[in-house]
Ligand binder design. Structure first.
Ligand code: ZN
Length: 501
């Protein structure tokens, strides 16, 4: 199975499902939207397609990238670009199989479900995943799963190295009008690559680390890793067992040759510093003169919009800052006339256990590139109203409890406040999405005011709902009065200066 020549990309168009090849897609001979039953596999499939496109074609500059976005390739262009890289993308290659190492020393084979993040680990997974998911994987799904584990998922645990971006990074992609455009919009030009990794030219001829392997125990700086090598980085040693001739893929459901197990082995090395992945923003702090960079990830249940500033807005000062993903930095220079659509996803984990997965769409109205401060303000508002609600309920519950300082009372308080916070996020999520998509970034005041009014209504309603059941009890009345006073004081503070009178 070769990812450059076989039909492995599952797409859906007008209700019909088929698998197409990358050549058909890039040459405009076939199209459709990526379609897999697991949203994380779909996202990883898209990332893999972008990575292959980047490795095959790195446009010189914006102009050439624009041409690729507009015009499909010719089959000759495609064949020429693939010529020297066929060995990189063959899942069953006798020496250098895709994202694998031959001769992995493992006593027992591991079942394939271990390659699907979150299926085999943890508890209660039967509620999230249907039974049988991951028993056998076809070539395309196996390739996506290998790539996903190497790039997005927590490591296998127990000494296995995680991805170049750490454990569970947030991935950001730009969405085009169709799948072909989407791939190109997430490819860096040479110009951009040189600006985000000054070592780009010097490392341009490198091959992936499953072809030119790293020595065990090696230590090297992130700047020793070139663009293609980093995009296809395999942090661990995996080897698929030979495929069986036929079977049903437990991920896409197709009847194809399937893989039923793989071998895995720990492998140790040290990468110093952070590799600037094209699809990730980075935050940094400076401590004792040393710059520490990190990739943001979903660490709480707070919705994705609360992270948006970190993902799309640059902020740089001496002590700390954040920088948008290189693909977005690039898009700022030529995608300014229209709104931009983003695909944002990632896992939330507790060590090797996946707790949650996300794969969402966001639209940002025209003007997003120049008005980061507005994005910041919208998020700040959304969070401030949540805090006002939480604070007033805290006042109410702790006032109503006999012994608010005790452990059981504190648990009760945090349970009630956490619950109401989740409902607030649920009820406002659509509203926030709408504001980002429609705000006039150059003159945002009326949108911001309308947003504040709506958030205020939600907060008051939720406060009433949460406290109504206790209103008949006389001993609660004092607590309720105090809580209500706290709420209205907070809400007043959130109103813009002019409206306070
Ligand atoms: Zn499959």
């Amino acid at each position: 199975m070769n990812l450059l020549t076989d039909a492995w990309i599952p797409v859906q168009q007008q209700g019909s499902y088929q698998k197409i090849g990358l050549q058909q897609l890039l040459c405009g001979e076939a199209s459709g939207e990526l379609c897999l039953p697991r949203d994380d596999m779909e996202l990883a499939g898209l990332q893999l397609l972008c990575a292959i496109t980047q490795v095959l074609f790195t446009p010189k500059d914006k102009k050439e990238l624009g041409r690729f976005v507009q015009q499909p390739l010719t089959p000759e262009n495609y064949a020429e670009a693939c010529k020297s890289k066929m060995d990189w993308f063959d899942l069953d290659h006798p020496q250098t199989p895709f994202m694998q190492i031959r001769g992995v020393d493992a006593k027992e084979p591991t079942p394939m479900d271990k390659l699907l993040a979150g299926v085999a680990d943890g508890t209660n997974k039967t509620f999230v995943n249907p039974p049988g998911l991951g028993e056998a994987l076809c070539g395309g799904c196996a390739a996506i799963a290998l790539f996903n584990v190497a790039n997005n998922a927590p490591s296998m645990g127990g000494g296995f190295k995680g991805s170049l971006r750490g454990s569970t990074p947030i991935t950001v992609l730009i969405k085009g009008n169709d799948l072909r455009q989407t791939l190109w919009l997430n490819v860096l030009t040479e110009e951009t690559a040189e600006s985000v990794m000054p070592w780009y030219q010097a490392t341009n001829n490198q091959r992936p680390n499953y072809l030119d392997t790293v020595k065990a125990g090696d230590k090297f700086p992130a700047s020793a890793i070139g663009l293609a090598r980093g995009l296809l980085w395999q942090p661990a040693h995996f080897e698929l067992l030979p495929a069986q001739k036929t079977g049903i893929c437990s991920c896409c459901g197709c009847d194809e040759p399937v893989y039923r197990g793989f071998k895995k082995a720990k492998f140790n090395y040290t990468v110093e510093g952070v590799w600037p992945h094209p699809l990730s923003s980075r935050t940094f702090t400076v401590k004792k003169g040393e710059k520490e960079e990190r990739f943001p990830s979903f660490t709480t249940t707070a919705p994705t919009w609360t992270h948006l500033s970190k993902l799309v807005v640059d902020q740089l000062d001496d002590k700390q800052g954040q920088q948008a993903a290189p693909v977005l930095q690039q898009a700022r220079t030529f995608m300014t006339a229209n709104k931009i659509q983003l695909i944002i996803g990632g896992y939330r984990n507790n060590q090797a256990t996946v707790l949650e997965r996300r794969h969402e769409f966001f639209s940002l109205a025209q003007g997003w590139a120049e008005h980061g401060l507005v994005i910041h303000k919208i998020i700040e508002g959304g969070l401030a109203y949540k805090t006002a609600l939480r604070k007033s309920l805290f006042t109410f519950v702790s006032g109503a409890l006999v012994n608010p300082g005790s452990k059981s009372s504190r648990d009760k308080i945090s349970e009630i406040c956490g619950c109401i916070e989740a409902v607030y996020y649920q009820q406002t999520e659509h509203l926030l999405h709408q504001v980002f998509a429609e705000v006039k970034f150059a003159a945002p005041d009326s949108t911001l005011q309308a947003l504040n009014r709506k958030l205020k209504t939600v907060v008051i309603d939720l406060f009433e709902q949460a406290t109504t059941p206790y209103r008949q009890e006389p001993k609660m009345l004092k607590a309720l009065a105090l809580a209500r006073r706290s709420l209205h004081k907070s809400l007043k503070e959130l109103e813009p200066e002019g409206a306070k009178a």
